[in-house]
Design a protein around this ligand. Structure first.
Ligand SMILES: NC(=O)C1=CN([C@@H]2O[C@H](COP(=O)(O)OP(=O)(O)OC[C@H]3O[C@@H](n4cnc5c(N)ncnc54)[C@H](OP(=O)(O)O)[C@@H]3O)[C@@H](O)[C@H]2O)C=CC1
Ligand SMILES: O=C(O)C1=N[C@H](C(=O)O)C[C@H](O)C1
Length: 248
């Protein structure tokens, strides 16, 4: 679908909200209809889509509010959801269209497919899998949303759910549990987002990595998702759907 559409920005004063404003202001086909932050009462009726990079708590509240009034559609980029917040978003998606992704970059969404393929091909009895990520000093959730998506892809390649393979955070004396998927998170300086999936056997290792160079990358991907999701049928979609990587 083409033509002008109206976007609301949730988390507008944050790092991603500001990056998103810059990307949207440069586009002739999108009008920013609302910008809101903690404590604001947004007029959702002005928006065709709201793009939200805030907190999981705020995103769940927003999803419920949009669902109650039957719109607008949502693009959710916040990460670090707990099970209750996940359930609220799932329930909202029965009434409105929502794209939710821990990473809107094309490269990461291709990496997800590569990781699943490698995990399928590399026998679990020989090959360990570890997910490493590094982010800026202000990031509060760990592992990152992207690291979890990569872990899910690795688990899917092994025909399992991540919850059954995820190793607990390591500390103290304990050998690696066979077949588990481990996570390591670094927080330092202004790092935008680094993700590596390490596959290692006793004889060799394979690393698949992605580096984000500019935060606007995520904003641009979220706008692609916004253009895709407006006027979609209710449902919970992700970037694999937006990019056409998942066939119905
Ligand atoms: N999916 C992706 O591709 C990406 C996801 N992210 C995720 O996006 C989220 C935001 O990241 P970032 O911009 O760096 O974080 P920031 O902390 O810089 O920004 C978050 C913003 O959300 C605001 N906020 C808090 N509560 C509400 C509310 N109820 N309604 C509206 N806004 C609210 C905050 O306001 P206040 O400061 O007043 O609390 C702040 O302005 C994080 O979860 C991060 O992991 C980040 C980059 C890419
Ligand atoms: O908080 C961030 O900055 C980022 N968060 C996302 C995540 O949790 O994976 C995406 C990106 O890596 C930047």
């Amino acid at each position: 679908m083409t033509g002008l559409f109206h976007v609301g920005i949730s988390g507008a004063r944050g790092r991603m909200g500001r990056a998103l404003s810059q990307v949207l202001d440069a586009r002739a086909d999108v009008m920013v209809a609302a910008r809101f932050d903690r404590g604001d009462q947004p007029d959702l009726s002005l928006c065709d889509v709201v793009i939200d990079f805030s907190t999981p708590e705020a995103s769940a509240e927003l999803a419920a509010a949009c669902a109650d009034r039957g719109g607008p559609a949502l693009v959710i980029g916040s990460t670090g959801f707990d099970a209750d917040q996940e359930a609220v978003v799932q329930a909202a998606a029965a009434k409105i269209a929502i794209v939710r992704s821990g990473n809107f970059s094309l490269g990461v969404n291709i990496l997800i497919g590569l990781v699943e393929h490698a995990a399928l091909r590399l026998p679990a009895e020989d090959w360990d899998i570890e997910v490493l990520e590094a982010h800026h000093r202000h990031k509060v959730d760990a592992p990152s949303g992207t690291a979890l998506m990569l872990g899910e892809a690795a688990a899917a390649g092994r025909g399992a759910d991540l919850k059954d393979l995820r190793a607990p955070a390591r500390e103290g004396l304990a050998e690696r549990s066979p077949g588990s998927i481990g996570f390591a998170a670094l927080r330092a300086g202004g790092i935008i987002g680094e993700h590596t999936v390490l596959f290692a056997s006793a004889d060799e290792s394979l690393t698949l990595s992605h580096s984000a160079i500019d935060r606007s990358l995520f904003a641009k991907g979220a706008v692609v998702a916004a253009a895709w999701v407006r006027n979609r049928r209710p449902g919970l979609y992700d970037m694999q759907d937006v990019l056409g990587f998942r066939q119905a």
